[in-house]
Ligand binder design. Structure first.
Ligand SMILES: [Fe+2]
Length: 263
């Protein structure tokens, strides 16, 4: 099977869902628009990392070993990560995986399962996995693959891309958490999300040097500078959103926090 390219991923994403591309703005296709933003964001992040790969502590060893990150593969992984929503909303991870595997896209199917679990750990999810068989299937799959930057990139993109565009992870988590509610691992998921985000910042000493050279602040060169569509107002509200989110988690946290599974 040939590798899927970004154009094919886009066609497959909208196949049987949208016959007229202008329909993509319709309310019922919100998830498709979210996938488009995740794909675009994944591509942009790869370009940014490749341009400065030696100044991203988390990614530089992988790139030294494997070469520059593959922008097209990242875009494909982003476009199709939620493709299972064609079949079932609550079971979209496993249904998306089956859908792509049935078409022969075994490697591309990866992001359908990995995108919801930061660092490919089933505990690091915004909501619990339903069904024992499904839990075991996903957990076994996550243990069978080695974590790559592409997994992390789609995991992060899923956490700052709304169906209306890019936002901060704090704003996106507020949106997810208020819609889906809280469960035992919500606080773990929040902490993991912030840790994940930090890996996409340039190394601090390089940032400092670059900010000096350009006569700007370090904030102007932060991860979010790759996404100038995010308004200053939203960026300035990060701390406020973070506090609101943490308060919401703490106020609604079940009495006996427990990990689903310890690694
Ligand atoms: Fe998603």
């Amino acid at each position: 099977m040939e590798k899927m390219n970004a154009k094919e991923a886009l066609n497959l994403l909208i196949k049987d869902v949208i016959s007229d591309p202008s329909e993509v703005s319709l309310y019922e296709n919100r998830w498709v628009r979210h996938c488009l933003y995740v794909g675009v964001a994944a591509g942009r992040i790869v370009r940014a990392i490749n341009e400065n790969s030696e100044h991203y502590a988390y990614f530089k060893d992988y790139i030294a070993e494997h070469g520059p990150l593959d922008e097209d593969y990242a875009i494909v992984s982003g476009y199709i990560h939620d493709i299972g929503r064609k079949i079932s909303h609550p079971l979209h991870t496993t249904e998306g995986y089956k859908y792509l595997c049935d078409l022969g896209y075994m490697e591309e199917a990866r992001s359908t399962l990995t995108h919801s679990f930061i660092d490919n750990d089933i505990n690091n999810s915004a909501d619990p996995v339903t069904g024992e068989d499904r839990y075991n299937f996903i957990n076994n799959y996550l243990h069978s693959v080695e974590l790559t930057p592409y997994d992390n990139i789609v995991q992060l993109c899923d956490l700052f891309c709304l169906e209306t565009g890019f936002t901060t992870v704090e704003r996106r988590l507020l949106d997810i958490t208020k819609r889906k509610g809280i469960y035992e691992n919500s606080l773990i998921h929040f902490n993991k999300t912030m840790e994940l985000l930090s890996r996409f910042e340039l190394d601090d000493d390089y940032l400092e040097m670059k900010a000096d050279e350009l006569g700007c602040s370090k904030d102007d060169l932060s991860f979010y500078s790759i996404f100038p569509e995010i308004s200053k107002e939203t960026l300035d509200k990060r701390e406020e959103d973070r506090e609101e989110l943490l308060k919401f988690i703490r106020d609604n946290m079940p009495d006996t926090p427990q990990l689903l599974e310890k690694k």
